[in-house]
Design a protein around this ligand. Structure first.
Ligand SMILES: CC(C)(COP(=O)(O)OP(=O)(O)OC[C@H]1O[C@@H](n2cnc3c(N)ncnc32)[C@H](O)[C@@H]1OP(=O)(O)O)[C@@H](O)C(=O)NCCC(=O)NCCS
Length: 324
């Protein structure tokens, strides 16, 4: 039970917020932290608090992903928790769990993902507080670069925290029509996974083994590769989602990327798919158009810290906004 004194202070703060809002003065309360250390008061009052996420929070994560219309399944939350158990967080507002975020450190680069706030709890500074907490955690880990894929709603929150835009991606969505001719890729076998991971690192500049091996082991039938003269030229991975099959990552040289994407699409004939393609990858964008896929929304890939020089031209499909 909170004391009535605490309750009084809390309702006074609420009244203050409501009084200030109509006057047009709408501060970002969490950015007041360095100025007046109000975070301590804020947190002590229990209005916003951050705690570690555990397996018992997966129903919360799934509820928030459904509410936002996102594609993740329980397997995705389990993967996040197993990749970085200390780096997944829940935000609480007035003692109620209302928000999530996860981090994933891949060598010197970390990704932040799954920033979701319950609709009714938005615009109270919960995402900002969660992000600050996650950034503090990652700074403690010594990462040099933090990246994320921002929705239009998230981008201003991230910009205020020092993230800058790198490039844009479009999510394409649709039901794959008949007639996508398969073009010579083969299903990868487990002993080839390490070679794929090494290829991926060469192309993306990030050691993504921790994430890729899990993805491949979860959906082995969905991992396909393309070789020319025995040399690996690219791979694609598919996985199930709540709303559609996600095609990606697909990392490849040109023109192997088009062959891989075509094959992945032909495997999904009649199914709804999502593919996240960097806007600058013209061949992949063209293929999505020829296949009749529609733009669902756009993301902005953002970075804080040292930039990573990956090449959108070799990213035929991103892993999804939560994985880069
Ligand atoms: C994007 C999202 C995470 C933001 O969460 P949030 O908790 O509302 O974010 P914050 O409250 O920290 O900041 C949002 C806005 O509220 C304002 N705000 C923060 N605290 C406030 C307060 N106490 N009173 C009034 N406004 C406040 C912020 O200044 C910010 O203003 P802006 O509209 O100018 O950007 C949330 O809208 C969401 O879950 N959207 C759907 C999923 C999604 O797109 N996630 C982002 C993935 S990249």
């Amino acid at each position: 039970m909170r004391s009535s004194r605490t309750g009084d202070i809390r309702s006074s703060l609420r009244r203050l917020k409501h009084t200030l809002a109509p006057s047009g003065f709408s501060p970002d309360w969490s950015s007041c932290v360095p100025l007046c250390d109000c975070r301590r008061i804020w947190y002590a009052l229990g209005m916003i608090s951050i705690r570690g996420m555990t397996i018992t929070d997966i129903p919360l994560g799934l509820r928030l992903t459904r509410q936002a219309g996102w594609n993740q399944l329980e397997a995705d939350w389990l993967r996040f928790l197993s990749m970085q158990p200390q780096g997944c967080f829940v935000g609480e507002l007035d003692g109620q769990a209302v928000a999530t975020t996860v981090t994933c450190t891949l060598g010197p680069v970390a990704w932040i993902a799954m920033v979701l706030v319950e609709t009714a709890a938005r615009r109270h500074g919960v995402a900002t507080a969660l992000l600050r907490h996650a950034l503090g955690f990652l700074d403690g880990e010594g990462v040099r670069t933090i990246r994320l894929d921002a929705t239009a709603a998230g981008q201003p929150v991230y910009e205020r925290l020092g993230f800058t835009p790198e490039y844009r991606l479009t999510r394409y969505e649709g039901i794959v029509p008949e007639g996508m001719a398969p073009g010579g890729t083969v299903e990868a076998v487990q002993r080839e996974y390490r070679e794929i991971v090494a290829f991926d690192q060469e192309m993306t500049g990030t050691p993504r083994e921790k994430m890729l091996l899990r993805l491949f082991e979860e959906s082995p039938q969905g991992v396909r590769i393309f070789r020319r003269g025995g040399r690996l030229e690219g791979y694609v991975s598919l996985r199930k989602g709540a709303n559609a099959t996600q095609i990606g990552p697909c990392i490849a040289t040109s023109p192997a990327g088009e062959v891989l994407l075509c094959d992945a699409l032909s495997l999904c004939t009649g199914l709804r798919v999502f593919i996240d393609i960097p806007c600058d990858n013209a061949p992949a964008v063209g293929l999505a158009g020829r296949c009749g896929l529609q733009t669902q929304r756009q993301f902005t890939r953002m970075c804080r810290g040292e930039p990573v020089h990956d090449q959108p031209a070799s990213i035929y499909a991103s892993s999804g906004p939560e994985k880069g």
